[in-house]
Design a protein around this ligand. Structure first.
Ligand SMILES: Cc1cc2nc3c(=O)[nH]c(=O)nc-3n(C[C@H](O)[C@H](O)[C@H](O)COP(=O)(O)O)c2cc1C
Length: 246
């Protein structure tokens, strides 16, 4: 039997049969991040005809299964004994202050086709020293993406002071149970409308990287008060415009 390796989009390694002609097939491995680990999958897609129908069924397929099971078992064992993923970082007092004050985070996730998905969450708040959370009220794409790939980034910025933080980590989805209930209580305690029928999922984020964001408005040496005064004036102008439009 003659094989060749080929490029298959989304696959880690992919192979196909060149000869014999009675055995046409491709097989490939793909890996995708899922909650709590990585899903490694092996797929065979092909057809055996003529005498190769019996050869495949009686000889190749059973051996294939045994070898691949052993390979996948080895990967699983290696993964189980590997050091845990990235460590959580401890949120500083200032990080917690900004999140608690602003309540609004811009949440980025990864779509199945690799493109970004970014949307605002006005229920963004602090869970504890290493976790944030937000409520999924109407966030179908974010939640769908997180189900397949828990990677997430949240930016929380004070738009007046023009400073904030970007948090990167992994998200867990809770639609019931202890974490969901605690999430509802936390949100209600902070003045959010946390009715159970409104909140489909509590998205809890384990923060693995937290980096400050500072506007280039400070590059020329402006003080925080000067920058804030400028954006307060801007906010007042917009407020006046809204009031006159009513
Ligand atoms: C300021 C603002 C705050 C929002 N806060 C939330 C929120 O906390 N939870 C939520 O599920 N949707 C919230 N939304 C609505 C979602 O961002 C919106 O439905 C979005 O289209 C969801 O996209 P997604 O499926 O990509 O997450 C908010 C929208 C705005 C404009």
């Amino acid at each position: 039997m003659v094989w060749e390796e080929f490029e298959r989009p989304g696959a880690i390694r992919a192979f196909r049969v060149i000869l014999p002609e009675e055995l046409q097939g491709e097989h490939w491995f793909d890996a995708q991040p899922v909650a709590g680990g990585t899903l490694v999958r092996h797929t065979i897609d092909g057809e055996a005809v003529g005498e190769y129908e019996a050869i495949w069924r009686d000889r190749i397929e059973p051996a294939h299964d045994r070898i691949l099971e052993a390979v996948l078992d080895n990967i699983e064992a290696a993964e189980a004994t590997a050091p845990a993923g990235q460590a959580a970082v401890t949120l500083t007092e200032d990080m917690r202050r900004v999140v608690l004050e602003q309540k609004l985070g811009f949440v980025a996730t990864v779509c199945p086709d690799g493109t970004p998905n970014l949307s605002p969450k006005g229920t963004t708040t602090v869970w504890d020293d290493t976790h944030l959370l937000f409520a999924d009220i109407r966030s179908p794409n974010t939640v769908r993406n997180l189900r397949d790939n828990p990677s997430i980034e949240v930016n929380v910025v004070d738009p007046i002071v023009r400073k904030g933080y970007r948090f990167k980590g992994r998200a867990e989805l809770h639609t019931g149970g202890e974490v969901y209930e605690h999430g509802l209580r936390l949100l209600a305690g902070r003045g959010f409308d946390a009715r159970r029928e409104r909140i489909k999922t509590i998205v809890r984020i384990r923060v693995e990287q937290a980096v400050p964001l500072v506007s280039p408005a400070y590059d020329g040496g402006a003080s925080e008060n000067e920058v804030a005064a400028r954006w307060e004036a801007h906010a007042e102008t917009l407020a006046k415009r809204r009031h006159t439009a009513r």
